[in-house]
Design a binder for this molecule. Structure first.
Ligand SMILES: Nc1ncnc2c1ncn2[C@@H]1O[C@H](COP(=O)(O)OP(=O)(O)OP(=O)(O)O)[C@@H](O)[C@H]1O
Ligand SMILES: [Mg+2]
Length: 263
């Protein structure tokens, strides 16, 4: 009787992105006090927490827009950390990872002198050296995807806040990021424009984009998140699936926070 060879068990895939004990100081003030978070491929984690708790700082450190004092940022098993005081060559080393970790901000930050289409083309042409014609075709497809195909020639000031934010999302997608980081993407929008942006984000989540989203949009958190993460005073104090997080939060500070956002 022949013996079957041992089945080749694929190695357990590690997280797509991981923060490992991140510490960030501004002067004497420790903004991040050892923050760890792992997000698997295709997962969506929503971060909530009081103002000043370090949510934006955490995202900026993950996006490699700010150096950390200690800890590691690990992207697909690779240590891509940017440390305070890192020497020459850092910018060049980080550039390829920065385009894989794309951040969408509260205030869109579109180039005002460029049309929607040009805003979306800029990244691929500069970062990926995509030829203009191809960049244009891809940008057009992305604008269609965020339902703005008919606004491609408009300048940011000719677009509503919700439309500008969808251009910003298309612009982020254009460099084909591995992870999308959103920092309160709907909080600058009038209520009636929030839904159109959330719809686009939910589609991205459903298509398997790995996302970390700072948002107090509880409906998005319920519908799209695998886990809700509570930050307070520079620490993650709780992480739980949405159902448990909202109905039976374990931490007293989470309970207090949820009372505040509900009212
Ligand atoms: N560049 C900076 N220099 C000094 N202190 C900073 C800097 N950026 C942020 N901070 C401080 O770090 C703390 C965390 O700020 P951060 O913006 O990360 O909070 P947040 O949780 O995103 O708050 P919000 O919900 O209001 O956006 C705050 O006390 C803030 O004042
Ligand atoms: Mg913030």
């Amino acid at each position: 009787m022949s013996i079957d060879p041992a089945p080749t068990v694929p190695a357990e895939p590690g997280p797509m992105i991981e923060a490992d004990n991140l510490v960030k100081r501004y002067g004497d003030f420790e903004v991040l006090r050892g923050v760890s978070l792992a997000v698997a491929r295709g997962q969506v984690k929503v971060i909530v927490g009081p103002s000043g708790s370090g949510k934006s700082t955490f995202l900026r450190c993950l996006a490699l827009l700010e150096p950390v004092d200690a800890g590691r940022v690990v992207l697909e098993q690779r240590d891509v950390s940017w440390k305070v005081g890192a020497g020459g060559g850092t910018e060049r080393r980080l550039a390829p990872y920065r385009s894989q970790l794309c951040m969408v901000f509260q205030h869109f930050n579109l180039f005002p002198h460029l049309t929607a289409l040009q805003n979306v083309m800029v990244g691929p042409m500069h970062v990926r050296h995509t030829p203009k014609r191809q960049a244009e075709a891809e940008a057009m497809a992305l604008l269609d995807r965020v339902r703005l195909g008919d606004r491609a020639g408009r300048y940011p000031h000719e677009l509503s806040g919700g439309q500008q934010q969808r251009v910003a999302i298309a612009r982020a997608l254009a460099v084909r990021p591995r992870v999308m980081l959103f920092d309160e993407p709907t909080s600058a929008l009038d209520p009636e424009l929030v839904r159109e942006v959330i719809d686009v984000m939910e589609e991205l989540a459903a298509e398997g984009m790995t996302m970390i989203v700072v948002s107090h949009e509880m409906r998005f958190a319920h519908e799209a998140a695998n886990a809700i993460v509570m930050m307070d005073e520079g620490e993650i104090i709780e992480e739980a699936p949405p159902d448990r997080f909202f109905t039976a939060p374990g931490h007293e500070r989470t309970q207090r926070f949820l009372q505040l956002v509900k009212t």
